[in-house]
Design a protein around this ligand. Sequence first.
Ligand code: IMP
Length: 178
Amino acid sequence: MQQVTLKDKTFVPYITADKISVSVNNLAQKINTDLVNDMPLFLVVLNGSFMFAADLLKEVTIPCEISFIKLASYHGTSSSGTVTEMIGLTDEIKGRTVVVVEDIVDTGVTLEKLVSLLNKKEVKQIKVASFLLKPDAYKKDIPVDYVGMEIPNDFVVGYGLDYDGLGRNMKEIYVLHK
Ligand code: IMP
């Protein structure tokens, strides 16, 4: 692993593909045990989660369904300012166990919005699986049930995560060079 330059920034190696793989497999085994009787619907939040979701779900062996969503934000005319909408969800999710699959939880603003949208749809329970979590930045109360790795408040790319659209395809994770 060598350092990489994406646009104007340099990133250095941080988490190897082998370490990623071990932690993703551990997460899958926990999910296999915990949710064996729940027939969960995995809701993969695009774009960043595509690589994590593919690796995770190859190791999930319990009966389940998989769906993909995107969050779209726009400035509404209401006084509430930014409105977030969930697009792409075609499945009926009322009464289901939904596992939100995220690449990273940073401040948790995105996760909080998503969970509130899901709760309006009367799901049975929501579980959250995020490959990365930044505990020093996360200030919300929603439990992140399955975390691959906790990292400091640094900006990372690779394994689905991007810097300005670039770097998602790298199979290792890199951190911004200070
Ligand atoms: P939030 O602060 O938890 O709402 O995170 C919002 C979004 O910011 C995440 O879903 C990622 O797309 C992006 N993000 C947060 N931290 C990083 C990072 O270190 N690298 C790349 N994207 C990040």
